[in-house]
Write a protein that binds this ligand. Structure first.
Ligand code: C5P
Length: 293
């Protein structure tokens, strides 16, 4: 068999807005969230083989292999196996995943990897599955995966997060993202959230983004999961305090945390802010920008 291979780079996302509209009968929460992709990537290499199974190996950016990540619970493995079962594919695949997006951070690294796995194997295995069919498989794996499949760099996502309305954002923004040592499980943060009656709308933020008005963007950043995350993780509240004293346009926790970000007025400000966080001992500090829409 002629071995084919394919390499994909999978971006992280940030939630610039996240409101919870209610609790659903299926246990999930009804959301309205605005997500953007940023230029922090994992890398996935797929190589077709004759083994008849999925073999996953995971590495950190420094080349160290991480056996704990390469389990059958990894979303990459789950995506490959679900796709194989769906089309009853006979051959195997060896997948190498290089992780640069931290886990339990609210940056959706695992979801982005899973989306890339569906897209990559659809191509490598020449399955010609439609976007709708891939989305249907993605939704069986998690709520954030459809966003990355939609191949748009910004979207308003509703439902449990899987209903995607792409939006155009004309300007790019500089973000400093800090991931503290501890992480939070998405489920735990949602469980700790208390429903409120007063709801924020995404509209003012969307208008500010579409009109490229940084001050208004900062004013309308919002994440309903931040309060429960702060209650569960002191590191999140500490980051909020530090960011509030820095010359950012605005700051917020992403998704269910624990990664926290500030929007900076320029790449120069972002670099000096990142340097200050590193100086304070934070090891996972990323200078990123949003990807063009
Ligand atoms: O969909 P995903 O597997 O990423 O979700 C992880 C957990 O987060 C779910 O099991 C659920 O407890 C919670 N969740 C939720 N409402 C959402 C998305 C996730 O309650 N819209």
């Amino acid at each position: 068999m002629n071995q084919q291979s394919l390499t994909l780079h999978t971006p992280a996302k940030l939630n610039l807005f996240l409101e919870i509209l209610g609790k659903r009968d299926d246990g999930y929460h009804e959301l309205e969230t605005l997500m953007v992709t940023v230029n922090r990537y994992d890398t996935i290499r797929f190589r077709e083989d004759d083994s008849g199974r999925t073999h996953l190996s995971c590495y950190h950016a420094n080349g160290m292999q991480d056996f704990a990540l390469a389990t059958t619970d990894n979303l990459v493995y789950c995506a490959a196996e679900l796709l194989r079962k769906h089309v009853q594919y006979q051959h195997g695949v060896a997948i190498e995943l290089v992780k640069r997006i931290p886990a339990e951070a609210g940056l959706a690294g695992g979801s982005s990897d899973a989306a890339a796995t569906l897209v990559g194997l659809n191509k490598l295995w020449q399955l010609n599955l439609s976007q709708e069919e891939l989305t249907m498989i993605a939704n069986q794996l998690g709520s954030d995966i459809a966003f990355f499949l939609a191949a748009n760099n910004a979207a308003i996502c509703t439902g449990r997060g899987e209903l995607i309305e792409p939006v155009q954002i004309p300007s790019q923004y500089h973000f400093v993202i800090v991931k503290p040592t501890g992480g939070l499980a998405t489920k735990a943060v949602y469980q700790h959230y208390q429903l409120t009656t007063h709801k924020q709308s995404v509209k003012p933020l969307l208008d500010a983004l579409q009109q490229s008005k940084p001050a208004q963007i900062a004013q309308h950043l919002y994440n309903a999961l931040q309060q429960p995350a702060e209650e569960l993780s002191e590191e999140v509240s500490t980051l909020k305090q530090i960011f509030s004293k820095e010359p950012c346009l605005g700051n917020l926790m992403s998704g269910s945390g624990t990664a926290y970000f500030g929007i900076c007025p320029s790449s120069r400000v972002a670099r000096s802010l990142a340097a200050r966080f590193r100086h304070q001992g934070y090891e996972q500090v990323f200078i990123t920008r949003s990807l063009a829409g």
